[in-house]
Design a protein around this ligand. Structure first.
Ligand code: KG4
Ligand code: ZN
Length: 391
């Protein structure tokens, strides 16, 4: 079945058309309008601006995906005279269902995506699926980059989620450990009590003068530093629970920068010591980033390992924007391999670790299999919708 996935919970207006069957998800077309360049002036996402930008982008992005998707799909030979696009073009076909993120996220963005999905569901008489954003991140591991540079589909091995599945979801808004017993059915094992790990990356990056979103910038710098230079706290690592806390780590980073000086070697590593205030012994900005990243990695790996030991999952999933972090991917993979050598460890392709419409379509497919459709009359957004509480 063809599913149109719509995602607008944060700063990406992202839409994808997928062809879904059991354990096989082909992305026919996808498009993301990113707002990063707009928000980075403010150092973070401004909800009012996000809402406005989603409203501008949503229909053109949907139109582009539909026309692209049906041109590419060789199976769709008979053009419908429907739906007619604003641009005057006719999209050759309509999806079998529309999946849309209804929460959690920024209400200003969620309402735009849901409103567009509602309208299309009514106009096209196509069923609507209400998807939880975090359920989308879990299912992002089933997506593979199946379209090559020339636009042709490439065949790749299918992946599946076996249950019980331990899901570690780490993003700008969430850090949580969930146990899935079926698609979309979760038990909460632990979560952050304050800041999310991605938020901590972004806020500390801001202290270093790095642009939003700072997570990727910190992790790039961290590749060049020494993790033992600064001893940052590992909050809650010893506590006998599966919760996290990152606000204290952010404050520790702030105080370190207030009380210490970074080496000027970042500016020019060839400068001889002593001139222009160059202190060879001070940690470099890269050392700072590596030490900071290591603190987050240690806490997340420790708590996830404990959950893996306790619940013995068949599959372990690491999703959310922070799953793009290579250090965290590699350390988790190595540690979990030691604890559960026979379990699958699934991480999304980097492209699908960030927010995207395709993952919403895949999560929607499994809801459709359970006949979990919502009428356009009844669909509501819930900015605080927790994945483990069914909507
Ligand atoms: O899931 P996502 O795209 O949006 C939310 O739902 O929040 O996650 C975005 C978050 C941002 O905080 C960003 O800094 C972080 O993911 N992130 C990273 C990396 N790439 C993205 N954090 C650390 N290392 C990375 N390589
Ligand atoms: Zn996300």
């Amino acid at each position: 079945m063809k599913i149109l996935g719509i995602e607008s919970s944060c700063d990406d207006t992202s839409v994808a058309l997928i062809e879904a069957s059991e354990n096989n998800f082909v992305v026919l077309a996808e498009k993301t309008a990113s707002q990063i360049d707009i928000h980075k002036k403010y150092g973070g996402v401004v909800p009012e601006i996000a809402g406005r930008e989603h409203a501008i982008a949503i229909m053109p992005v949907i139109e582009e995906v539909l026309s692209l998707g049906y041109t590419r799909d060789a199976m769709q030979k008979k053009p419908f005279d429907f739906p007619r696009l604003r641009s005057g073009q006719v999209a050759h076909g309509k999806p079998d269902a529309i999946a849309v993120t209804a929460g959690p996220g920024l209400i200003t963005g969620l309402v735009i995506g849901v409103e567009a999905a509602k309208n299309l569901s009514y106009l096209w008489e196509v069923p609507l699926i209400r998807v939880n954003h975090m359920d989308g991140h879990v299912h992002s591991v089933l997506l593979k980059n199946q379209i090559n540079k020339s636009g042709a589909n490439i065949k790749i091995e299918n992946q599946s989620i076996e249950f019980p599945a331990l899901c570690l979801l780490v993003s700008g808004g969430h850090t949580e450990l969930l146990l899935a017993t079926d698609h979309g059915v979760y038990e909460k094992l632990g979560a952050t009590r304050d800041d999310a790990a991605g938020e901590c990356f972004d806020k500390v990056a801001k202290l270093l003068g790095l642009e939003y979103p700072g997570g990727p910038k910190i992790s790039a710098l961290a590749k060049k530093g020494n993790a033992n230079t600064i001893s940052f706290p590992r909050p809650m690592i010893k506590e006998n629970n599966l919760d996290f806390s990152f606000a204290g780590l952010k404050t520790a980073a702030l105080y370190w920068l207030r009380d210490n000086e970074l080496s000027a070697l970042d500016v020019n590593p060839d400068l001889p010591a002593g001139i222009f205030g160059v202190q060879h012994n001070n940690p470099t900005r890269a050392d700072f980033c590596t030490s900071f990243e290591q603190a987050i990695v240690d806490v997340i790996v420790e708590k996830t390992s404990r959950a893996a030991e306790k619940y013995q999952p068949t599959t372990i999933i690491f999703g959310g924007g922070v799953s793009a972090n290579e250090k965290m991917r590699a350390t988790l993979r190595a540690e979990l391999q030691k604890i559960l050598p026979n379990s699958k460890f699934l991480i999304p392709e980097k492209k699908y670790s960030m927010d995207n419409g395709a993952m919403i379509a895949v999560a929607g497919y499994f809801q459709a299999q359970k006949n979990n459709f919502t009428s356009w009359r009844d669909i509501v957004v819930d900015p605080n919708w927790e994945a483990y509480i069914s909507g």
